[in-house]
Design a protein around this ligand. Structure first.
Ligand code: GAP
Length: 542
């Protein structure tokens, strides 16, 4: 992971936000190559979800053909949206404060191990030593902390008396907190009892600045589609089943943002709400689950680092009757652990009914009912608008069920970066094999599709190479031009940013009009007419 992060900074994929001021935790900037890569991820999603759809063709595995449209909705919405969606009450993480270090942690992010030892003058005790880290980093951090805490030297590490494997603080009861040494504390028992922390960023609308004017930055784009369900039905000719797609920024005040862009406070989602007849919702759920998994495979995540995992019943969100996650084994995780790339959820009619009737909860019989206050009033009132769908062919009126594939553009981009990173060997200018770093991006995602070089900076080669470069740009193909350094070095520079094809103008070009086409992955070199370069790249991208 360290190599990936270093490459992202060195080659201008991802920078820490506000870096010259020391950075801002949980916020990231995309550099010149990163912005192209992420735009390609977004475009691939939009093209495969919205652009390529037509209402007549039944896609493989789908129950029927369907309509698909897009929207772009506001980041700040009516506060009632979040009350009825459940986010106002339930979008919370458990957190603890440390009285000693004054830091705040998300309970499930604090990991630790039981160890027997003696802190200062105190009697030897069984302590739960913690750190905020995962995998090998966690082991290293805990060992360092234990040595320091017990005043031991590095070479005594094998004398540490560990009593358990590492586990999350969330697995401990509060009664055990007296033995816990917080991630930045020196004494046990300084963590407070866990309490709820709402992840929505609050802001104030207008100049008066009272709490009555409070609003929230959206924590998901999904609600923009639900509240516009009726507008879309009334303004277009879509018929159930149909989907509404959106790509946009979401914000969550994550307590412990970490693992590079994986968990950020500002991030981008690519979500689609698919409205269907309740009797077909299971089939559509299975269709979208498989479709979304295959989307990542088709864009190059072919390794066994990708998996589709069905949620256990007790993992399901408050609204969901079935969810599967597409997961990737990010390199910052423990061996065998996977991180969520995308959730595909069967949300039933929870969202549309909540926005009609008021916030819903499950009663003792498992039925969704409007949550009430002690005096029997609805806790949060819905819009009161009729969001049911009328099928004018069957004359049936019903509240559609919803299937939601919800992906993160930043997480997908990070997974594509991690999967692309490889080290192998390639010949240098003297024919000696040298280690090279190569980003094996799928050509659809590669930030630069083609690079053009003159072999030497004379004999009209730069002019001819620039002509090819400009022809690529005019055709809308992201291209690069480079005449600095030896040719092997220039190939290596393009390998490191994942450019699939390089074209070199050389002495033979001036004789027969051909250029060398060099492939990033196979390293194969062939010759093609200079006049065919644009068509060749277009053919390979198609
Ligand atoms: N509308 C459902 C929803 O928002 P989610 O699982 O909370 O579901 C969907 O979010 C996707 O958004 C996640 O799978 C992940 O890719 C991305 N995501 C969520 N929180 C994120 C964060 N703090 N940083 C980066 N991406 C995040």
């Amino acid at each position: 992971m360290d190599k990936v992060v270093a490459l992202c900074k060195r080659r201008g994929f991802i920078f820490q936000s506000s870096e010259i001021y020391g950075g801002l935790n949980g916020f990231w900037d995309y550099g010149p190559l990163g912005v192209e890569l992420k735009r390609n991820v977004r475009n691939a999603w939009w093209q495969d979800m919205v652009g390529s759809n037509d209402p007549w063709t039944v896609p493989d595995g789908a129950p029927t053909a369907y309509h698909m449209v897009g929207v772009e909705t506001s980041i700040i919405m009516h506060p009632q949206v979040w009350k009825c969606s459940g986010h106002y009450d339930m979008f919370v993480d458990k957190m603890v404060d440390c009285r000693e270090s004054k830091s705040r942690y998300r309970v499930d992010h604090v990991k630790g191990r039981w160890i027997e030892g003696k802190v200062g003058d105190a009697a030897p005790a069984r302590l739960f030593l913690t750190a905020v880290a995962d995998g090998p980093e966690l082991d290293a951090a805990l060992t360092q902390r234990a040595l320091k805490l017990f005043g031991m030297r590095s070479k005594e590490a094998d004398k540490l008396q560990w009593q358990s494997e590492s586990t999350s603080l969330a697995t401990l009861s509060f009664e055990q907190y007296g033995s816990v040494i917080g991630p930045e504390a020196t004494q046990p028992g300084t963590l407070t009892a866990p309490r709820d922390f709402n992840l929505m960023f609050k802001t104030i609308l207008g100049a008066l600045g009272t709490d009555a004017d409070a609003a929230f930055l959206r924590p998901e784009t999904a609600q923009g589609m639900f509240v516009n369900f009726k507008n879309v039905c009334d303004s277009t000719r879509v018929k159930v089943p149909f989907g509404i797609a959106q790509i946009g920024k979401s914000f969550r005040n994550e307590i412990t943002p970490r693992n590079f862009t994986f968990r950020s406070r500002e991030f981008e989602q690519m979500e689609m709400e698919f409205f269907c007849h309740p009797s077909q919702s299971r089939q559509w759920y299975e269709y979208w689950r498989d479709f979304r998994y295959n989307w990542y495979v088709n864009l190059g995540i072919k390794s066994d680092r990708l998996q589709l995992r069905d949620h256990a019943q007790d993992e399901l969100s408050h609204y969901s009757v079935g969810t599967a996650d597409v997961e990737y084994a990010f390199p910052f995780l423990d061996e065998g652990e996977f991180g969520e790339l995308e959730g595909v959820a069967h949300r039933g009619d929870f969202d549309l009914r909540s926005h009609m009737e008021g916030k819903l909860v499950k009663d003792a019989g498992g039925n969704l009912v409007v949550e009430q206050t002690a005096s029997g009033e609805p806790k949060y009132r819905g819009s009161g608008k009729d969001l049911a769908y009328f099928d004018d062919q069957t004359r049936e009126k019903f509240v559609p069920h919803v299937i939601e594939p919800a992906a993160g553009a930043d997480r997908a981009t990070l997974a594509f970066i991690c999967e692309a990173y490889a080290e192998d060997s390639a010949p240098d200018d003297k024919g000696q094999m040298q280690t090279r770093v190569v980003m094996r991006f799928h050509p659809r995602l590669a930030p630069v599709k083609a690079a053009v070089f003159p072999l030497v900076k004379k004999d009209g080669q730069p002019e001819q190479a620039r002509e090819i470069y400009l022809a690529l740009k005019r055709a809308g193909i992201a291209a690069a031009y480079d005449e600095q350094a030896a040719i092997g070095k220039r190939y290596r520079r393009q390998d490191e940013i994942g450019t699939p094809w390089c074209f070199t103008v050389d002495n033979q070009t001036l004789v027969d009009g051909t250029v060398t086409l060099r492939e990033r992955d196979s390293l194969e070199q062939t010759r093609i007419p200079a006049t065919d370069v644009v068509a060749e790249v277009q053919r390979r991208l198609a």
